[in-house]
Design a protein. Sequence first.
Length: 518
Amino acid sequence: MSRFPIYKNNFLWSSRIGLARRRVLAGVACIALAGCAVGPDFKAPELPAAARSGSYTATPLAGQTAASTGLAGAAQRFASAQDIPAEWWKVFHSDPLDQLIRQALQQNPTLASAQAALREAQENYNAEAGSLRYPNVGAQLGATREHASELTVGKPGGAVFNLYNASVNVGYTVDVFGAARRTLEGARAAVEFQRYQLEAAYLALTANVVTTAIREASLRAQLQATRQVLDAQRQQLNLTERQFSLGAIPRTAVLTQRSQVAQTAATLPGLQKALAQARHQLAVYAGRLPSEGGLPEFTLDSLSLPHELPLTLPSTLARQRPDVRASEALLHEASAQVGVATANQYPQFSLSASYGSSSLEAGNLFGGGTSIWSLAANLTAPLFNGGALSAKRRAAVAAYDQAAAQYRTTLLTAFQNVADSLRALEFDADALKAQTEVELAARQSLQLTTDQYRLGAVSYLALLDAQRSYQQALIALVQAQAARYSDTAALFQALGGGWWNRAAKPDTALAADSGTTH
């Protein structure tokens, strides 16, 4: 018989507890290592079959557009499968436009807001990754003064004593079914969404500056053309008044000409207002107040119409359009949320440990015999929750279906934008060619009618009609010229703007972190 049976039994019991604890921990570790992330694994949606056909339109495009004489009349050729430059606006060969866009990229508050939103999403991901991937470690240091009852300490009146303790606590949730991994996957998708939102803001800003500059140039040309017509009409009015003073024509002819001059002059304020608003808009795009000076002035003849237009393949459009990529990121995030909702239906495992020291005297806090420690493993499993977890998973699936439908809408709109731009360029060239002929015919008709009227060969009504026709033809010609520039810019925007060829910047780079949580 052992001389120390109690101590021996205690030792054996402690050994058995330690062995059981190690087996439990080993089992939990094996489960963690063998664990997988439940829920769907995201894959980028496949393009429709028509998107792989190599054409954006139902009928093939011509090799190049029609050509005409005069400003913006050169033919444009579509260069299939050619990439888009990052600074695509340089195809217009305008240094003032390039400088204004660079200023806008530096000072525009909308772009700065998108950059800040990306940084916020990145830091939120970093915070979530740190809390989910690694154990939570905390330190605690405390001092307590207590009064213990006499029943506790066995002394009449109890006792007052000080208790000092210091400990380090560690807690870790074992991601057996992938809830943490899916959460981080969704957070990474949220960062991707903000990144492509930033790229979309970048593209929209550059395109808006270009199209607004073209609108300013068009309005300036329309003003110039209207003033030329108005000058000619006033000269005709002077002639008409002299003829009336000589009794050659009735007073009605003078009144009619005055009415025509007044009508033409009445169109100037509207054009001037639109021009001022375009100038103000350009200043705001550049991050400046409209009252600030130094804004360049744009005219149509200061812009060069590109003769060759790069046209990327339809199969690559979904990877190049920032709005499509952003919509895909939202779809990815919704897919990850389905995984999180699925994992929440399974048991959760957590480990915790604590090690420290406790003493009645501060000087002996870390002395011998004062150490304390604990080690625990916990398992929690949902048994009954009234179907709440199942309902949340169904809601997550419905949100994924919604995101999938929105992605398809965005994709279809992207292809529509490109198809619209291509057809617009084709018809713009045809319209400009026809309008050039109309303007030429109206100008020649006005010259001939004016000469005939001075000789008394035609009535005043014929002259008035010729004047109106020429004015309308001249304004329409300017608008047709501006449309070719605007729709050229629209094509570059519809194709994604070439952001993938731009050197990455710290505030636009997506975190390369692709680790997983165990």
